[in-house]
Every structure is written in C-alpha cells, then in structure tokens.
Design a protein around this ligand. Sequence first.
Ligand code: HEC
Length: 171
Amino acid sequence: MNIRTALFVCLACGWSAGVLAEETGNDIYKGDTESRLNALAHIQPGLGVVMHEIGYRAAAAYKAANGGNWGLAQYELNELLEAQELGEATRPQHAQMLQAFEHANWPPVFKAVENKDLDTFNQHFASTVEACNACHIALGHAYIKYQLPTEAAAAGLDFNFQTDPTHEEEK
Ligand code: HEC
C-alpha cells in the first residue's frame, strides 16, 4: 500500500491524518520534544531554497551597483550572506565549503561597494560567479551554471536610484 492509499484509507475509516504523521514522526505539534524538534528541522529550507535566494540577491546586487544604487548593492550582499548562514545551519555538511567560498570571494566585492569602484566591483563579481559554478560542479550539479540575468531580476526595485553604501546592519 503506498502512502496515498494509506492516507485515503485512514481518512475513509475516520482516522485523522495526524495519526499517520505522528507514527512517522513528522508532526510538529505532537509527540515528545525531540521528535517535534526533528520534525521541525526536517522541513527547514535546504540549499535548493537558499541558493534560489542567493541567485536573486547576487543579481540584484550586481544590477544595483551597475545602476549606481550602492546602498541597495550593499544591502543585497549583506542579505545574501544571511541566506548563506541559513544554508550552513540546515546543511552543516556543506558549511565549511560555503564559508571557504565566502572568505575567498566576497571581501573584495564588499570593499569595491564601499569605495563605489565599479570596475573593481565587476571584475571581482565575475570571478565570484565562476567560483559559484565551480562549487556546483564539485557537488555534482554541473548543470547549474549561474549566469547574471540580462533583465533586472528584481522587479519593483529602482537600481538606478543614486545612493551611497552607508547602511548599518541592525544588530
Ligand atoms: C558550497 C557550494 C556552493 C556554492 C559556493 C554556491 N552554490 Fe549554488 N548551489 C549549490 C548546490 C549544492 C545547489 C543545488 C541545491 C539543491 O541541492 O537543491 C545549488 C544551486 C544553485 C542554484 C539553483 C537554484 C534553483 O533551484 O533554481 C542557483 C541559482 C545557485 N546555486 C546560485 C549560486 C550563486 C549565485 C552562488 C555564488 C554567489 C552559488 N550558487 C554558490 C552549491 C553551491
């Protein structure tokens, strides 16, 4: 009996779906603290979700810097690193690689934003994207070749709004 049939039978015989979930340890509301915690951990976003956000924010940072919105570029890069932290926590087996990648690539990009130095920014951004794809290859996802979108990825943000990179992150 597959899970779908099982669920149907359970519902048909008057069981709640919660009974089935509890038996398989997937209920976040029922059971002992450890099993509820495990159920919660199990549904946290993994690298697939995190990378989606990283791809979006990398594109937005790039577009913003190239449009002169340095404040937005800085904001997007900070948010990108926060998204990465989530990936490090939910996929600890990749944490070391993610941190090594971060320390090898992002500091000069952040520095170029602070200096509003577009040539240096674009140069380091391009090599960072190569490093992104090197990790995709290394982890068996060679078909994931990140490239910067030609159109603005983040509709609703004004990349040409002229601002300075003066934002302080909230602690
Ligand atoms: C530590 C290795 C690693 C690094 C570094 C890395 N990625 Fe990824 N990326 C992955 C893995 C693994 C996946 C596949 C996720 C999964 O398991 O579903 C992925 C998937 C993606 C995807 C596909 C998301 C989707 O589902 O459509 C995008 C976009 C992406 N990465 C962008 C980036 C960008 C941009 C960078 C650099 C700024 C980057 N990645 C750096 C490991 C990495």
